[in-house]
Design a binder for this molecule. Structure first.
Ligand code: ZN
Length: 495
């Protein structure tokens, strides 16, 4: 049996003006053929998990096609989407005949003129594979599952954790669903529901709070016979898409199963009735700095408006400005993305002091202020990812510099956005994260597995940017209306 394996993943952010090109994926991950097996086996990725199961099945011939991954950013250019369509179709066509396909997607891949790239790519792939050849896909918990995607593939399986740590497990669940589909010889029925609800990311962790309760409700499906897979999707808010909204997808033998229907309706009602519990007011940086003496430290502070793993540009200086103004006694380390400052630091040289104007490149949310700092370290090494999502892979932040300011934080300035949520990022520059009392983070939650033994507390800040945590402030035009919290007085009920 020949099973085709592919992946195209990016968490697009439709509010970020920086379009994504092939170059973003080349800096992230761009693998073809056997490179996929060599690089992704034994990694905490969906394909890594799929490989671990497929290798156990005698008689399965794994046919690796292509795998690409890029950091979150603005929508893809049309040309980039065309490149992917050609690469996917080309590698699948060359591998024919195929019996099935496993595709790793995010669910939030958007192009400048195509809001449902996964749906588009699945239709293209299906036309090459031929009728009746099953396709099963993995999705991020923050993805959007559309009607077009559902029509174009046989199964969708999403992460069940946030912070995401079950990427490989999700790949394995998808492979099990694929084998179920193959053994049936026909599509598995499903129940799909979408709620008119956009949730924030801050209080939607899966191990505690209201989302943990929601998943516990859905988990009751595991006790029912012939329920093959369930997933809850909680799309991230920085997507202005016509099918936005929290959704649930359940694959089961009988779509009229009343017990399964009861569980799903219970989940829908629970989410709706508890919708306000997901929304929490975040503090601003000023009030947090004022209350620092009484806070548990080391503390991780999340720059929520400029989260690079959700499409922030990483160059906001809002927190830097506050630190320079207030000069807290606590030692602080702050990452920032700014190729111009990196260039200057390399020009100035290690051990030298100069005036830098870090950040502020995207212009909209932050200004460039002068900072006198010494260049304490320079590097252009690749950074290993040891914990959480993508563990086993490497990040490429490009060249980077450690700037030790005289009256402010230590700055770690990189050329490009990359997965910097693992403490290995700081260690790659000779820095020990344990040595800082304030550690500014540019990921919402991904840093938590790696920093759980380093920080004693963490807090998300109300900061502006392309990942603004205030959903009602975002300039949506296409999301279906009414939808909560944009239409906060709307009424919803089970029909
Ligand atoms: Zn996610």
């Amino acid at each position: 049996m020949r099973i085709y394996l592919a992946g195209i993943c990016q968490e697009s952010n439709t509010f970020c003006p920086r379009l994504t090109t092939v170059g973003n994926f080349k800096r992230g991950l761009w693998l073809q053929g056997n490179e996929i097996l060599e690089r992704l086996a034994r990694t905490n990725t969906e394909i890594g998990g799929a490989l671990s199961l497929l290798h156990l099945h005698g008689g399965v011939d794994i046919v690796p096609g292509m795998a690409a991954w890029a950091m979150a950013s603005g929508p893809l250019t049309r040309a980039t989407l065309e490149v992917f369509a050609a690469a996917l179709i080309g590698s699948a066509r060359n591998a024919l005949p195929l019996d099935a396909a496993f595709v790793s997607f995010h669910g939030a891949l958007v192009a400048e003129d195509e809001e449902d790239c996964e749906g588009f790519l699945l239709e293209q792939l299906g036309s090459v594979l031929g009728k009746g050849v099953p396709i099963v896909c993995t999705l991020d918990y923050h993805g959007v599952l559309t009607r077009r995607m559902l029509a174009a593939a046989d199964g969708f399986v999403a992460y069940r954790t946030y912070p995401h740590v079950d990427l490989a497990e999700t790949g394995q669940r998808a492979v099990r669903l694929l084998f179920e589909r193959l053994s049936r010889g026909k599509p598995i029925p499903y129940i799909y529901r979408r709620l008119p609800l956009i949730l924030p990311v801050d209080n939607t962790e899966t191990s505690s709070g209201p989302m943990a309760d929601a998943l516990q409700i859905l988990g009751r499906l595991d006790r029912l016979p012939k329920v093959y897979s369930w997933s809850l999707l909680c799309p991230h808010p920085w997507l202005d898409l016509s099918q936005h909204g929290v959704s649930v997808i359940v694959y089961l033998e009988n779509p009229k199963d009343t017990k399964a229907e009861q569980v799903i309706q219970h989940l829908q009602c629970f989410l709706w009735e508890n919708r306000l519990a997901f929304f929490q007011e975040l503090p601003d940086i000023g009030s947090v700095l004022d209350s620092l003496p009484s806070r548990l430290k080391p503390i991780a502070l999340v720059d929520s408006g400029d989260v690079i793993t959700a499409g922030g540009t990483g160059d906001s200086t809002v927190i830097l400005r506050a630190l320079l103004d207030r000069r807290p006694e606590a030692s602080c380390i702050l990452p920032i993305i700014d190729p111009q400052t990196v260039e200057l630091a390399f020009h100035v040289g290690k051990g030298q002091t100069s005036i830098f104007h870090p950040g502020g490149d995207s212009g909209s949310f932050s200004a460039r202020d002068p900072v006198e700092a010494k260049v304490c370290a320079l590097s252009n090494s690749i950074v290993p990812i040891r914990t959480g999502a993508f563990a086993g892979l490497e990040g490429n932040p490009g060249r980077r510099a450690v700037l030790c300011s005289h009256h402010g934080p230590t700055l770690v300035v990189s050329e490009f956005t990359s997965p910097i949520h693992d403490p290995a990022f700081l260690r790659s520059l000779g820095l020990e994260p344990e040595g800082y009392e304030l550690i500014i983070q540019k990921s919402h939650k991904l840093f938590k597995p790696g920093y759980q033994n380093i920080v004693r507390s963490s807090l998300s800040l109300n900061t502006p940017g392309f990942t603004d945590p205030n959903i009602r402030r975002l300039p949506y035009l296409r999301v279906p209306r009414p939808i909560f919290p944009l239409d906060c007085d709307m009424v919803w009920s089970l029909r």
